[in-house]
Write a new protein. Structure first.
Length: 179
């Protein structure tokens, strides 16, 4: 009996843990091998988002600790499966949502047994405080004033002033040179 798993296109932050019932050599052959992983999972995958390792590598931490501390899986999700996760031995495969491009239907080979599906802790982006500042109120930004162009009369006055200053300087220069 083959089990299929549907992965929606919008899925993010989900980890699927599979137990591997195969030799160490066969498990090692899966590491980073897109074709072998795709064949084992029954769908195209990106090997950059799949881990294959021996549980003996987690000595002192254990699989539940690795999932909680290394992958941000909350304890309340792990606790129902903790005993099962602690009893596992051999090799495991962890597939993240990013391993699948868009929607996918997994049909893992019999040597892969799904142990659990877990969601990473998501960041809560909701505000925890209400901002009371006047600047936080809607439409409270300063209204930008549009600077008017100077009138024709103002421009004429400026030009006349510049001309008179230049004539004064010219007159002073002529007197100074002649003197």
């Amino acid at each position: 009996m083959s089990v299929t798993l549907d992965i929606p296109a919008s899925e993010t932050g989900i980890l699927r843990v599979f137990s591997l019932s195969m030799t160490a050599e066969d498990a090692k052959a899966l590491r980073g091998n897109a074709d072998a992983l795709s064949s084992a999972l029954g769908a195209p995958v990106d090997p950059a988002h799949i881990e294959v390792f021996a549980l003996s590598d987690l000595e002192g931490v254990g699989l539940p600790g690795y999932l909680a501390e290394g992958n941000g899986i909350p304890d309340e999700q792990l606790n129902p499966d903790r005993a099962k996760l602690e009893k596992l031995d051999g090799w495991v495969l962890i597939a993240r949502s990013k391993a699948f491009d868009g929607p996918a239907t997994l049909a893992p080979v019999p040597a892969l047994t799904l142990i659990g599906t877990y969601g990473e802790t998501q960041t809560d982006w909701r505000a925890t405080q209400t901002v009371e500042s006047d600047a936080a109120k809607p439409y409270s930004a300063p209204v930008e004033t549009v600077k008017k162009k100077p009138s024709d009369a103002a421009m004429s006055g400026r030009i006349a002033t510049v001309v008179l200053v230049l004539l004064g300087l010219l007159t002073w220069a002529i007197i100074w040179i002649a003197g």
